[in-house]
Design a protein around this ligand. Sequence first.
Ligand code: AIR
Length: 193
Amino acid sequence: MIYHSTLFYIQWIKLNEHKEFSFNSIYSQIFTGAKMKVAVLMGSLSDKPKMQAAAEVLAEFGVPCELKIMSAHRSPALVQEYVRKAPDRGIRVVICGAGLAAHLAGTVAAHTTLPVIGVPLSGSALNGQDALLSTVQMPKGIPVATVAIDGAYNAGLLAVQMLAIGDPALTAKLQKFRTKMTHDLEQLNQENS
Ligand code: AIR
């Protein structure tokens, strides 16, 4: 019975999910019953090692997320389709990492009123300065909250802070995280003085 229900649920998610189907997202939906809250998008598979930190911090705070690869230049229609369906699937914040002439965050922001966090990625001849400027210099009316070059960790944390608005449990976790950070620093000083 449980086996058949699980199979049915997988089929249902397959039908309703985006075609870039992610096993991680099914796993977390089946076993936590949670809807995806944050989308972590990246322009290429080569960006994954740098973007993984966003998923890790989200997991640390128990926020369900999904990682997808899509490019503003190489798959523009896919980006539009994914972003259009995102709110109905529970997505509340979109994190976008891209390198070179990085237009993923801006393109996503153009298609949604969900908050978009941009992560400019290094690896180019210009060490990510190109991605930084393409991501941060958005025209008036379509904001992208841009973090540091390769700042995927902070992007994840900022997404948690956005979701914590009106969520006391998540706010308490953030406060605990800050307290620990301060405590660790104090301890470091004691050990090294
Ligand atoms: N990119 C892909 N489509 C649009 C952009 N800006 C970026 C990726 C990656 C870089 O191009 O985000 O950082 C190089 O991609 P690849 O696939 O050639 O390794």
